[in-house]
Design a protein. Structure first.
Length: 284
């Protein structure tokens, strides 16, 4: 199992970092036009169902309602790097609280790819949906640009997720990890001492660091829903064998969707997300 301390920089590690960096650059160039600046605060985003007939019945037979969110970017001011030094730039996040407190429900931690940020989860209505369903949710703004590259490669990025979860005092989480955020979530979920906090894992066509093999994923005992689009996506396909090695994992394919499938088809994304979370609740 991977150690998060005493890491030696070897040629293989450097090669893996270069390969991953090239992949992130290609992702950014491909999806960069969809980037939303993270500097905005007091964001007001309405649920995507706004404008629909309020009396229209959904497929499940319930009436859809509009929820307006007014959120301000917060900061985790206590974060340190792997050497214990306080970070010059603190980690930003958006948060929605539960409508009714329920400690049995996990907190949903939403990550994002290199060309996106926390506000995308507002834009497509995921934070609003999670609040409606009774969940607390945290959408982190991760570090990707050269100026923000506080945590380098491999296991160090897993430390950032670990420290953020500890700083927010989260005891049970579901990790939602699209695209390049796989470089952060993979080393975190593969550390056995983190498993008591992880109630579920939702990788969405993640970039999986090459040093992790199928055998690493076979050891996981975490409820997992793999999500990808139905359009050709080399990144999703390259990691599928490893992710499907997780015992009991399921695969959901979103229609008419490419690499950021949850953005291309938020309606189906929210449907499979709710189903997965409901299944977790029935297991507790």
């Amino acid at each position: 199992m991977v150690s998060i301390s005493g890491i030696e920089i070897k040629f293989g590690r450097i090669f893996a970092a270069v390969a991953l960096g090239v992949g992130l650059i290609l992702l950014y160039k491909h999806y960069g036009q969809e980037y939303i600046p993270s500097s905005s605060v007091n964001v007001v985003v309405k649920d995507p169902t706004e404008g629909q007939d309020p009396n229209k019945e959904t497929a499940a037979g319930s009436t859809e309602e509009t929820m307006e969110l007014k959120l301000t970017l917060k900061q985790i001011s206590s974060l340190t790097d792997i050497d214990g030094n306080k970070l010059g730039k603190q980690l930003e996040y958006l948060e929605v609280e539960q409508l009714t407190p329920d400690s049995k429900k996990p907190v949903i931690v939403l990550l994002h790819g290199a060309a996106f940020n926390a506000q995308d989860w507002l834009k497509i209505g995921t934070l609003a949906k999670l609040k409606e369903w009774g969940y607390r949710a945290i959408a982190l703004n991760l570090y990707y640009s050269d100026n923000d590259r506080v945590f380098g490669v491999g296991e160090e990025k897993g430390v950032l997720i670990q420290k953020a979860i500890e700083a927010l005092d989260l005891s049970s989480v579901v990790i939602v990890s699209p695209s390049a955020s796989g470089s952060y979530s993979t080393p975190y979920i593969l550390e056995s001492h983190n498993h008591d906090k992880i109630a579920g894992y939702i990788p969405i066509a993640p970039v999986l660091p090459p040093q992790y093999t199928v055998d690493h994923f076979k050891e996981l005992k975490i409820p997992t829903m793999i999500v990808k689009g139905d359009k050709p996506d080399g990144i999703a396909e390259s990691g599928l064998e490893k992710l499907q090695a997780i015992p009991g994992s399921t695969l959901e394919v979103l229609a008419n969707a490419g690499h950021p499938s949850y953005i291309h088809n938020p309606t189906q994304w929210h449907k499979v997300l709710q189903t997965f979370l409901t299944g977790l609740s029935s297991q507790t």
